[in-house]
Design a protein around this ligand. Sequence first.
Ligand SMILES: Cc1cc2nc3c(=O)[nH]c(=O)nc-3n(C[C@H](O)[C@H](O)[C@H](O)COP(=O)(O)O)c2cc1C
Length: 342
Amino acid sequence: MTLIEALYPALKPLLFRLDAERAHTLTVKMMIMAHKLGMLKSVAPSKTLQPRQVMGLTFPNVIGLAAGMDKSASAVEAWGALGLGAVEVGTLTPRPQPGNAKPRLFRLPEHEALINRMGFNNPGIQSAVEKLKHRRTKAVVGVNIGKNFDTPNENAVSDYLICLKAAYAVADYIAVNISSPNTKGLRDLQAEDAMRTLISALKQEQAVQKQALGKTVPLLVKIAPDLNEMQIEALARVFNEQDIDGVIATNTTIERSAVAGHALANEAGGLSGAPVRVRSTQVLQAFRMLLKQDIPIIGVGGILCGSDAAEKMQAGAALVQLYSGLVYRGPALVREVLEKIG
Ligand SMILES: Cc1cc2nc3c(=O)[nH]c(=O)nc-3n(C[C@H](O)[C@H](O)[C@H](O)COP(=O)(O)O)c2cc1C
């Protein structure tokens, strides 16, 4: 066992005594420091890794960091050193914004779950772009983009275009987040017509940028798990027709049945971790059946162990991402997943 894997079980109870957001901030700072001291290198999984070609990109391995863990792109080198094959930074919006009032992140350890209503707290797209100009990690870096909370939905396309143009030169892929439950009205952009308008504008801009910069940056859409069958069919229709480059399934859920009765169950926000796993996999599977075969899906939601990741791959995922599992299981989860599906 490596140093950081050995340390996490001892650190976890201390971190869990702190407010969840403070623990998160502290963990990221510790990661950056551990990386600077060369302490993360040894964590890189010992197994021979199998790079994957997906969307024309070479992913050093199948596991990525899900959006929200590194909203400001301040620790990409450290995440890469931890053995992750991809790091999705953001969500980033055109202008910096503070997010919702604290507390806005809650742990439900009995369910290995989190509830968050962060509300896209981020330093703005330009700040992240500056940081990414200097990146050296071999991990694929995705930039997850959104709209400012005070931009009305009628003007949402313009916010996404600002972010796409700003990020194009430094991103390996761009993820369009229309599925966070914490920005009022955002999920309405998943309606068929709104989605068609948004994606067609972004695909057109992608073509312009490709011509200007001479590189193709794939465009993915991140969807919610709280979609019914008709909504899934409508979205799949738009994705097929617009030749979207990939889909990320899924974001957090507003469903609470799996945690009913818990003291924090009624906190507003998105629920992640173990309780979202099954629904998330069902939505992934439904999209896999409906999407053209050359549109890959990244599976995320409730991966807490190697077999959860294998379940996503069996459901049709090309790659997977982790968030809540890293909080509950620590960096050992990266090795475990790689040993199972890497
Ligand atoms: C605290 C927190 C913040 C998040 N922030 C974002 C975000 O800014 N953008 C986004 O697309 N997803 C965000 N997510 C969703 C995750 O990327 C992921 O889709 C979701 O948590 C399900 O995966 P998990 O069960 O492994 O956590 C956030 C999740 C958490 C727990």
